[in-house]
Design a protein around this ligand. Structure first.
Ligand SMILES: NC(=O)c1ccc[n+]([C@@H]2O[C@H](COP(=O)([O-])OP(=O)(O)OC[C@H]3O[C@@H](n4cnc5c(N)ncnc54)[C@H](O)[C@@H]3O)[C@@H](O)[C@H]2O)c1
Length: 331
């Protein structure tokens, strides 16, 4: 009888043995030459995740809401900031009231209150030429750009059975094409300088279905696909790409009675059409682990500071959720 069969040693064992032997040889060869990771977050220093001095950030949708909080918090941690916003109507397929030039001016005021420079640029993320021109303005004014936050978006609440074509098309165009335009307009600059951070705003609605807001939910799923693809492509240039997924946040996007009615409708068959803010809070807060019905924009912005900082050097291709604990109910 073949000796290997009698003792139970077969081809698999031989292969494993050979593999182990070969692997040991490779490990010995490799360990002699393993370089220290040149892109590592480095050693621990106090406050290293908040050090953005000398860096320049570009934030779309920076006139108000989460975009403003991110712009101001990046500035509070040392970055100069350019904000890019349409500051006016985006589409009839948007439930939020339009942002204004006064909103933009308020963000500038708050950034400058932290002693940083702020460049406001009016423009539309659906127009890539405007984003390319904005990139050139930022580089001319500040000399560089390190952090790009693709935050601008709209939301439409309309059931699939009831929607107009524009309820689908406009949301997808604005949120998906607009976010991709932002990434594409800045990609060559960040990859060319072999450093940089892309931070894309998705949503928890980008991880599951949203009855009544399918176009928004689909757009936020797409942004995660874009983020992961860009992370795959840009990693070799030392550029990271990540998504922030906020839970429900109190901004113009969500602060109106019809939206509050949707919130109560998550658990009640016949929600009131015009609930008060307090009714909505009392309905939702007990369902959220940290017992908050909605977060503030300033609860989201610290995550952007971390993702913009050197400390996040080894984070890329990932979703970072800030949800008051809603994440616990999600896989
Ligand atoms: N508020 C929430 O509960 C929540 C939850 C999850 C994710 N988000 C995401 O966070 C981001 C910010 O949302 P927000 O709540 O601050 O909304 P918001 O409506 O308060 O602010 C969005 C800003 O984007 C701008 N904008 C929209 N389309 C634009 C375009 N085509 N060109 C230029 N600017 C444009 C608007 O003018 C506005 O200033 C969005 O991507 C949103 O989907 C929000």
């Amino acid at each position: 009888m073949d000796e290997s069969k009698r003792t139970g040693t077969g081809r698999r064992d031989i292969l494993i043995g050979a593999g182990t032997f070969a692997a040991a040889g490779i490990a010995a060869a490799v360990s002699a030459q393993v370089p220290s990771n040149p892109r590592s977050a480095g050693s621990i220093t106090a406050g290293r995740d908040t050090q953005l001095a000398g860096k320049v950030a570009f934030v779309t949708g920076g006139a108000r809401g989460i975009g403003r909080a991110i712009a101001v918090e990046l500035a509070a941690n040392g970055a100069d900031v350019a904000i890019f916003d349409i500051a006016g109507p985006v589409s009839p397929a948007s439930n939020a009231k339009p942002a204004t030039s006064d909103d933009m001016a308020e963000t500038v005021r708050q950034v400058e209150a932290h002693g940083r420079r702020c460049l406001p640029i009016k423009g539309d993320i659906r127009k890539i030429a405007q984003l390319r021109s904005a990139r050139d303005q930022v580089v001319k004014q500040f000399g560089r750009v390190d952090i790009v936050v693709a935050n601008a978006a709209i939301q439409r609440w309309k059931d699939l059975l009831e929607m107009e074509d524009s309820d689908w098309d406009d949301v997808i165009d604005n949120n998906v094409n607009g976010t991709a335009n932002t990434v594409r307009a800045f990609a060559a600059t960040l990859c060319g300088q072999k450093s940089g951070r892309f931070i894309l705003l998705s949503s928890m609605q980008g991880k599951h279905g949203t009855p009544g807001a399918s176009s928004y939910s689909a757009s936020k799923h797409a942004i995660i696909g874009l983020m992961k693809s860009a992370a795959e492509e840009f990693g070799k240039y030392g550029v990271t790409v990540n998504c922030i997924l906020p839970g429900l946040v109190d901004t113009a996007l969500t602060r109106y009675p019809a939206r509050w009615s949707h919130v109560i409708g998550e658990t009640e068959e016949n929600p009131p059409k015009n609930p008060t803010e307090a009714e909505t809070w009392n309905n939702r807060a007990p369902r959220v682990p940290l017992r908050v019905a909605w977060l503030k924009p300033e609860d989201i912005s610290p995550m952007a500071v971390f993702l913009a900082s050197d400390a996040s050097a080894m984070c890329s291709g990932a979703n970072f959720e800030v949800t008051g604990g809603d994440s616990a109910q999600d896989v």
